[in-house]
Design a protein around this ligand. Structure first.
Ligand SMILES: [Zn+2]
Length: 272
């Protein structure tokens, strides 16, 4: 599943192809992704000029004057830039043609993605976006904030980090990795985190995400980079997916446990 670094990489990747281009055609070949698509979607976004590409949580927002096209990649969604001569691929459900003759294609085998347009910014108006927590790389996500959010909370810190109302865009991979980096056990009860824990954890989250964005997202097999080339970039995971392999720091086996039905990976020596 694409996490924040993959979404950021995708947004950055499509940006130069979309910015200041007009949408000359739009084709929708599916009725429903995660939800039913707006019936007039294709009609509404034709002839508008794209002025901005932004990301909020895992939503990519393509916008122009009084128009916002919001795309969520869901579990298996990808966006790629194609030329008119490139044939459509299986599971290409949506595309926009640009005045440059390039095409932006959305492919999604499992159809958990989302595409919708709005006249107002979805950040201020859409029910899925208005209550989201702060961006992990933004200044509002800091040690004081995390400390306050962990008080009186009896849930595992890993589950808290993955709650988008607390902080957005941290999925299973980067929650596991940043907890390892800060020496905190994923099952640790949130309210037991010290101020120092919160400070270390915030720093680790920012560090891990920045590193992953620099490397162009992590490594899951169904990601296709925007120019159509295969593959996620390999991110050097310290614990994620490394069950029974030696910890890079102390050599003891990395353990796997389920927390809130999600596989979690940690080192029992290095994380307390
Ligand atoms: Zn260790």
């Amino acid at each position: 599943m694409p996490e924040l670094p993959e979404v950021q990489t995708t947004a950055d990747g499509i940006k130069p192809y979309l910015l200041h281009k007009k949408i000359t055609a739009c084709s929708v070949s599916v009725k429903k992704l995660r939800w039913e698509l707006q019936k007039d979607l294709a009609k509404k976004i034709i002839n508008v000029k794209i002025l901005e590409i932004t990301r909020r949580a895992k939503y990519i927002i393509i916008s122009g004057k009084n128009f916002y096209l919001t795309i969520h990649l869901g579990m298996t969604g990808t966006l790629r830039i194609a030329s008119k001569k490139d044939p459509r691929m299986k599971h290409d459900h949506f595309e926009i043609q640009l005045s440059s003759n390039k095409i932006l294609r959305f492919n999604d085998p499992r159809k958990f993605g989302m595409i919708f347009y709005s006249l107002e910014s979805p950040i201020l108006s859409h029910r899925l976006l208005i209550n989201l927590g702060p961006e992990p790389l933004g200044k509002y996500f800091n040690k004081e904030y995390l400390f306050s959010k962990t008080r009186n909370r009896n849930i595992a810190i890993k589950s808290l980090l993955m709650n988008a109302n607390i902080v957005v865009g941290i999925g299973n991979i980067y929650a596991s990795e940043s907890l390892f980096l800060s020496g905190i056990k994923p099952s640790k009860v949130s309210k037991k985190l010290t101020k120092k824990n919160c400070s270390d954890l915030v720093n680790s989250i920012k560090e891990v995400l920045k590193e992953a964005i620099k490397k162009g997202g992590s490594s899951i097999n169904d990601y296709i980079s925007v120019d159509g080339k295969s593959g996620y970039f390999q991110f050097d995971f310290k614990v994620y997916g490394r069950t029974s392999q030696p910890c890079h720091i102390c050599q003891s086996d990395i353990l796997q446990v389920k927390i809130n039905q999600r596989s979690s990976f940690y080192c029992k020596n290095c994380q307390k």
